[in-house]
Ligand binder design. Structure first.
Ligand code: ZN
Ligand code: ZN
Length: 268
């Protein structure tokens, strides 16, 4: 087994809930032996701007200055520049405008909000107790499908984030996930194997093995990420991530550049 050499999901302090300058993330990537990284800080939230969640529109040029600066500091190391953008129904045009304003290597599409409820925010966790968990899961998968179909994104972020606090659906969601896998395949998106779930109450990589097997059978490609909000988490738990991918039947993963697949790397 070869450890994945890329990590496409990491943040900067601009999002309001991450620590460490970009150079510290690069230093950790070098320490753990990644051949390249990609930043993907939270894109400005177009529905309800909130400095706890994302950079503001006014900070977007600063993000790019920070990226230019860190690339200049490590000229021999591959540092890709992306964004993690929310899929917000009804805001597709405004989201597209943000994504087209600068060139990116990769754009991660994520669902963090269901009807404006930040279901993965620890401060909003209390609202889970009033929810029908099966309904939350179904709404989440519906949003995942719509985000893939929107054509806005290259990579689908943490594709079972609803499990973050340990809330589990009691219904069989197999058909729901199969449907989502078909839409992902038809849309040409890539799923990230995101190790941050291991650092959360769910204590599982996003997505779990049973879910990942469904994507594998549908022919949906993967890539790897840590979703680091702290430099020490770059490339974290990549042995577990590679084992999970292999157990699901994957043998390779995608490397991105300029929002295209630059090449395929093997896990064996
Ligand atoms: Zn974040
Ligand atoms: Zn996210």
């Amino acid at each position: 087994m070869k450890l994945p050499k890329v990590d496409y999901h990491m943040h900067t302090p601009l999002c309001g809930h991450a620590t460490g300058e970009p150079s510290a993330y690069v230093e950790q990537a070098l320490r753990v032996g990644l051949s390249e990284i990609g930043f993907s800080d939270h894109a400005p939230l177009v529905s309800h701007p909130d400095p706890r969640y994302t950079m503001s529109m006014e900070q977007l040029p600063l993000y790019h200055r920070m990226m230019d600066e860190v690339r200049g500091r490590y000229p021999g190391y591959t540092i890709k520049v992306g964004l993690e953008a929310d899929y917000l129904p009804g805001y597709e045009d405004r989201t597209r405008a943000i994504l087209e304003a600068y060139p990116y290597d990769h754009v991660i599409g994520s669902i963090h909000f269901i009807d404006n409820w930040a279901f993965d925010d620890p401060d909003e966790r209390v609202r889970w107790k009033d929810k029908d968990i099966n309904r939350v899961y179904r709404d989440y998968y519906d949003l995942l499908r719509r985000s893939a179909s929107s054509g806005l994104f290259d990579i689908m972020g943490h594709v079972d984030l609803v499990k973050k606090f340990g809330h589990r659906a009691t219904e069989d969601l197999g058909a729901e996930i199969e449907h989502t896998a078909r839409v992902f395949k038809d849309s040409g998106v890539t799923v990230e194997i995101n190790t941050s779930g291991l650092r959360k109450p769910a204590n599982e990589i996003y997505p779990s093995l049973s879910v990942l097997k469904i994507y594998q059978r549908a022919g949906v490609p993967i890539t790897f990420s840590s979703d680091a909000h702290d430099p020490g988490d770059v490339g974290r738990d990549y042995d577990k991530a590679a084992e999970l991918a292999l157990a699901a039947g994957y043998r390779e993963y995608r490397v991105f550049r300029a929002r295209k697949v630059e090449r395929i790397e093997g896990l064996l």
